[in-house]
Design a protein around this ligand. Structure first.
Ligand SMILES: *Cc1c(COP(=O)(O)O)cnc(C)c1O
Length: 362
């Protein structure tokens, strides 16, 4: 058996082992073509099948109607921070952003370069420990769209409801919790996710949008930055990241085999509960960053009594094959990322390690 650790990195992140094995098995000779999928033309029948099937699976797994189209773009989620306002913010218009963490803030700053942006709510003064409550959302009079970040990768908080925008298009950065459980994605007009957290490797960004939105795309922007260009070309306007899309396709197939989003939602809740239980039963030794009602099932953030212990915790975990647990530099402490591909056993092993560590050092 190949040596594999439990990889809690926030992204690029762990991938399902069967996906890696399948990619490995096909690497030198994809379907008797005598070459790998990464050497083949993006206009070949083989690749067109892959990208078509990947789009179909995205919509099917997401429970999305035929009103939607999925795109495979480059530039990461960060590029979407610019593309959303570039495409959809009219010259005299405004958009509303809800600030719940570092990436939400970045999306907001990028949009501010292009027009008038209102902050409909922020939880910055609460150290981003929670998501705003519905009654705290103050939308402006006629925003072109509302933007949210469904899961805050760095702070470890997650929206537990979909805000009611009263018919204004809702757009979301779902990079770190896309397809992690059941939600009504049809409530969103556009959603995007860098693949490297919950969908595949780095290098491709999935965008799912309502087709009727394309009529609103600004005609004055460069073609390469227009959603319309990519939608019309079905993500083949220029050379797409062929291998990354292939891996996303394999991950989606794997996801379907696991039982899709309902099964993932249950599994992810179980995994996260194990870690939160270890935090809550440590008598204050572990201090979770997120308020209980907004705890993320994907990224779990917590502190130990001091930085010295945090270093010992991370080093000791690595010796047990639990890696990638160091928190983001802006928050410190520990972060365990439990994306779809993290097996239940990984969460169990981490919870056991946490309890043993607390007993020894608490
Ligand atoms: C990681 C992350 C990003 C940045 O993604 P890139 O693909 O590196 O641009 C943006 N938003 C969220 C919520 C993330 O977790």
């Amino acid at each position: 058996m190949t040596y594999r650790v439990y990889n809690f990195n926030p992204g690029p992140a762990t991938l399902p082992l069967p996906v890696l094995e399948e990619a490995q098995a096909q690497l030198l000779n994809y379907r008797e073509k005598g070459m790998s999928i990464t050497e083949i033309s993006h206009r070949s029948r083989e690749f067109e099948e892959i990208i078509g099937a990947a789009e179909t699976l995205l919509l099917e797994l997401g429970g999305l109607s035929t009103a939607y189209q999925a795109l495979f773009l480059q530039g990461g989620a960060s590029q979407q921070f610019a593309l959303v306002p570039l495409n959809f913010l009219p010259p005299e218009g405004a958009a509303d952003y809800i600030l719940t963490g570092s990436f939400a803030q970045k999306a907001y700053q990028e949009a501010q370069r292009l027009g008038t942006i209102n902050v409909a709510a922020t939880t910055k003064e609460h150290d981003y420990r929670r998501i705003p409550r519905p009654e705290e959302l103050k939308f402006s009079s006629a925003p072109a769209y509302v933007h949210i970040t469904t899961n805050n990768t760095i702070y470890g908080t997650q929206w537990k409801y979909i805000p009611d925008t009263g018919g204004v298009p809702l757009m979301a950065d779902m990079s770190s919790d896309i397809f992690s459980g059941e939600t009504d994605l049809n409530r969103f007009s556009l959603l995007y996710a860098g693949a490297q957290k919950n969908l595949g490797p780095a290098g491709v960004t999935v965008v799912i949008l309502k087709k009727d939105l394309l009529e609103k795309v600004s005609p004055d922007i460069p073609a390469i930055l227009s959603y319309k260009t990519h939608a019309e070309a079905r993500s083949l306007y220029n050379t797409p990241p062929v291998f990354a899309i292939y891996l996303v396709y394999l991950v989606l197939q794997w996801l379907k085999k696991q039982g899709g989003l309902p099964a993932m939602g249950k599994l992810n809740a179980r995994k996260a509960a194990l870690i939160y239980q270890a935090i809550d039963q440590s008598g204050g030794f572990y201090r979770g960053h997120a308020d209980a009602e907004n705890r993320s099932n994907m990224n779990i953030t917590f502190r130990l009594p001091n930085e010295e212990l945090e270093k010992i915790f991370v080093a000791g975990a690595a010796q047990e094959g639990l890696v990638g647990l160091k928190g983001h530099r802006s928050v410190g402490g520990i972060r365990a990322s439990l994306y779809n591909a993290m097996p239940l056993q990984g969460a169990e092993t981490l919870a056991q390690y946490m309890t043993a560590f607390y007993r020894q050092n608490g």
